[in-house]
Design a protein around this ligand. Structure first.
Ligand SMILES: N[C@@H](CCC(=O)N[C@@H](CS)C(=O)NCC(=O)O)C(=O)O
Length: 206
């Protein structure tokens, strides 16, 4: 059976949990990372030499890198639906997934860590402002993408929505200026109608 390792409050674990539940998969979940430990133990490092979460073991197929795991599960269980078919369509979805990792995640991380995981007296608010501007710029580009689309790649939810959907939940939960992004907000509201998103992404931000 599929086994998913990782703590529920990790954005990268949330991608995998949301995707697995969106796909209706049976799986076992084992918490790991930060307060849950395990990631530096030999058995975990044998699966994931980075000592990071998430990791999956799908009957012997061991994978890490959250976006790769989402693509693997969607291709295996939902080819032509959650994983678009056709070279161009698939690449378009993968492009937005990689963009989450390269354009939004790097500036989002210091904003999140300063505001949520750093005592108030130690926060670097300059970094929050500078990196917040980068997130706002990136989300303005996502807002333009969503002007005529229900989901990131068109009429139905695909792998492209998963990483970005996890980011926007956090962004709207943070006490920052979110920017003028009505299309992103409307897409986010559509995501909140999905049970798997509510259960695995819309968690207390800690
Ligand atoms: N690029 C990797 C990054 C993985 C990563 O940085 N995971 C963080 C949590 S979001 C982690 O493992 N932090 C240490 C820990 O939780 O112990 C992915 O997308 O899976």
């Amino acid at each position: 059976m599929l086994k998913i390792f990782g703590r529920p409050n990790s954005i990268n674990v949330q991608k995998v949990m949301w995707a697995a539940n969106e796909l209706g998969l049976q799986y076992e979940h084992e918490t790991a990372g930060m307060a849950f430990g395990k990631v530096n133990e030999d058995w975990y490092r044998a699966m994931n030499p980075n000592s990071l979460v998430p990791t999956i073991d799908d009957d012997g197929v061991v994978l890490w890198e959250s976006n790769v795991i989402v693509r693997y599960l969607a291709a295996k269980h939902s080819a032509g639906q959650m994983m678009p078919e056709g070279d161009a369509e698939r690449a378009d979805a993968e492009m937005w997934m990689d963009w989450q990792q390269t354009a939004i995640h790097p500036p989002m991380t210091p904003v999140f860590w300063n505001l949520i995981r750093t005592p108030e007296s130690e926060r670097n608010m300059k970094s929050v402002e500078t990196n917040g501007d980068k997130v706002r710029d990136a989300l303005a580009r996502l807002n333009a993408r969503l002007v005529d689309r229900t989901f990131v790649c068109g009429d139905q939810l695909t792998v492209a929505d998963i990483p970005l959907g996890c980011v926007v939940y956090r962004w709207f939960a943070l006490p920052v200026e979110h920017g003028d992004i009505p299309n992103v907000r409307a897409w986010y509201e559509r995501l909140t109608e999905r049970a798997a998103y509510r259960e695995h992404v819309m968690l207390p931000v800690t």
